[in-house]
Design a protein around this ligand. Structure first.
Ligand SMILES: [Mg+2]
Length: 177
């Protein structure tokens, strides 16, 4: 089960007077259709439920991929915790102990739950899950999702994905042949 972050990972959203505008990361549709083969997908965002739902609707409209309908779970800010960060401020994080819930564990052992996020601090208490991707805020030439799909395909058969050294994955993975 691949757990996906949303903001600055799959999209960049901005609230405007007319509502929320979501810019989608390049190759997002191809990425989702591609990884939905080898992986079950889930969503964990520190955004609000409204924001998450609006963005997922935009993804569906643009790509046809119904991530909201296909996700094993859709976890928003209410599933995150506040913790004190190094600078003394409080910030959201994603307590990976929630992956131990019985209904998850029965199908997805913790060795089989990689989690994609642009903020490593979100998984400070579950670092073995983390695949960190560069934050995206609109650069049109970005190729990280294409690169990531290749990387995810290369590790899906590893028995213990927590033990796989995932730091530096991007520099070891070409974005295309
Ligand atoms: Mg993010």
């Amino acid at each position: 089960m691949l757990v996906l972050d949303l903001d600055e990972t799959l999209w960049h959203g901005q609230a405007t007077g007319a509502g929320i505008g979501f810019a989608l990361r390049p190759c997002l549709g191809k990425f989702l259709y591609g990884v939905a083969g080898p992986y079950d997908l889930a969503v964990w965002t520190s955004a609000s439920e409204d924001w998450m739902r609006a963005g997922l609707a935009a993804v569906r409209a643009a790509t046809g991929f119904d991530l909201a309908g296909r996700a094993v779970f859709l976890w928003d800010r209410s599933r995150c915790s506040l913790r004190r960060l190094e600078d003394g401020d409080f910030g959201w994080h994603k307590p990976a102990r929630k992956f131990r819930a019985g209904w998850i564990r029965s199908k997805y052992p913790r060795t089989r739950i990689p989690a994609l996020d642009d903020l490593a601090s979100n998984y400070a208490a579950g670092y073995g899950h983390l695949i960190r991707i560069e934050a995206w805020t609109g650069a049109p030439e970005d190729r990280e999702l294409r690169r990531l799909a290749r990387y995810l395909a290369s590790i899906v058969h590893e028995a213990d994905l927590r033990a796989v050294e995932k730091r530096g994955w991007a520099s070891r993975t070409p974005s295309e042949d």
